[in-house]
Design a protein around this ligand. Structure first.
Ligand code: TTP
Ligand code: MG
Length: 358
């Protein structure tokens, strides 16, 4: 099917974590507020409400800096299990409209509604209804972007945030991308944007003036991507992840922890939970490819440590994995905000290997 014929919706909840808190605690409404760790414990901001954003308080900023910028900021600890529950409710709403759902995070997903026949197939009306149903179920607001592909749908969902939506219909694509600044293209971070601007590329229409050869010369393999995206062309499908590639359990702490001893204790309790999940899924041992631990530090930098594996595993194997990771580099001893552990799996069930005696 040509990409013009697809109808993609990108849904993104508005200031998700703090929106949940404002819903449950009215004293946080109308004043600058954020979810985050304590400043005294070198905590960071997970997200902030719009009142706080006016002061420059944003995700990943240290809480200490946030209070400097906005002295009357109210910082509350996160309730991650609850955010996950709300996320589940949102996903059930999506399933009322399509099975083609690609979640990007707890609060964000792409939906392919090309085959959805409700509202005479109008993706704009479907998006309104999805947002209305989300509000009915959670009392939280979402924004939506509706477009012929993922790239444009995602850009569009930002356009009328919060609690709004924008449709880019196929006939509007050309006009829309012409004005679009390069920072909106996925994959263009600060460094690439700087490089592009030095070359005189500020908007998609600037990129359109370069031929594929020139783009490839300057940006390598990425040149083709730029060529297409600057014209609003993006053929990536909405991918439903059906084959399980890993099984893991992770936990975000309400405060940062450091020190091998305390983190090993955390590993013990996470492992218990993991084992319950593992056993409930009846995954055969031979499907295990590797064991891994995942660590997110107080500054949101993230690292995984992995070891190839075959056969039985135990708590001690994960503990040893953590100990070697911890000892490997001083950087790995920074305060930790999230710990996870799990197994990676072979994509397809592995067949018994036949061993022949000769
Ligand atoms: P986002 O969708 O990036 O942000 P948001 O929903 O808070 O705000 P917006 O209205 O602009 O969409 O992230 C979703 C949630 O993920 C956010 O509520 C908190 C969490 N998060 C972090 O914990 N740390 C981070 O650095 C980011 C970017 C998000
Ligand atoms: Mg969001």
């Amino acid at each position: 099917m040509p990409q013009e014929e697809r109808k993609i919706i990108h849904i993104d909840m508005d200031c998700f974590f703090i929106a949940v808190e404002m819903r449950d605690f009215p004293e946080l409404r109308g004043v600058p507020a954020a979810v985050g760790g304590m400043a005294q414990r070198r905590g960071v901001i997970s997200t902030s409400n719009y009142e706080a954003r006016k002061f420059g308080v944003r995700s990943a900023l240290s809480s200490a800096k946030a209070i400097q910028l906005c002295p009357h900021l109210k910082i509350v600890p996160g309730r991650y299990a609850l955010y996950k529950e709300e996320s589940e409710k949102i996903r059930s709403v999506f399933r009322e409209f399509t099975d083609l759902i690609e979640p990007l995070s707890l609060d964000e997903a792409f939906l392919d509604v090309t085959a959805c026949e409700r509202f005479d197939g109008s993706a704009t009306k479907i998006a309104y209804e999805i947002r209305r149903r989300i509000f009915e179920e959670t009392k939280l607001t979402a924004s939506a972007g509706i477009a012929p592909n993922k790239f444009l749908a995602k850009v569009a969902s930002e356009w009328n945030k919060p609690n709004g939506q924008k449709t880019i219909s196929p006939k509007d694509v050309d006009g829309f991308v012409k004005e679009l600044e390069i920072e909106n293209i996925f994959g263009v971070g600060k460094v690439t944007a700087h490089k592009m601007k030095k070359l005189g590329l500020n908007t998609c229409s600037d990129i359109q003036k370069w031929d594929l050869y020139k783009l490839s010369h300057h940006f390598g393999k990425w040149g083709l991507q730029l060529y297409n995206l600057s014209r609003g062309v993006d053929r990536r499908p909405v991918v439903v992840d059906s084959v399980r590639k890993s099984l893991s359990v992770e936990r975000t702490f309400s405060e940062d922890f450091e020190g091998k001893g305390v983190l090993l204790l955390k590993i013990e309790s996470i492992y218990e939970e993991f084992l319950k999940r593992y056993e409930s899924k009846e995954i055969p041992l031979k499907q295990i490819k590797s064991l891994f631990i995942k660590v997110k530090f107080f500054d949101f930098k993230q690292s995984t440590h992995e070891i190839t594996w075959a056969g039985e595993f135990s708590l001690d194997d994960f503990k040893n994995l953590f100990i070697s990771f911890h000892a490997n580099d001083e950087k790995n001893q920074r305060p930790v905000r999230l710990l996870g552990l799990g197994v990676r799996l072979y994509g397809e069930p592995q067949h018994e290997q036949l061993i022949l005696d000769v």
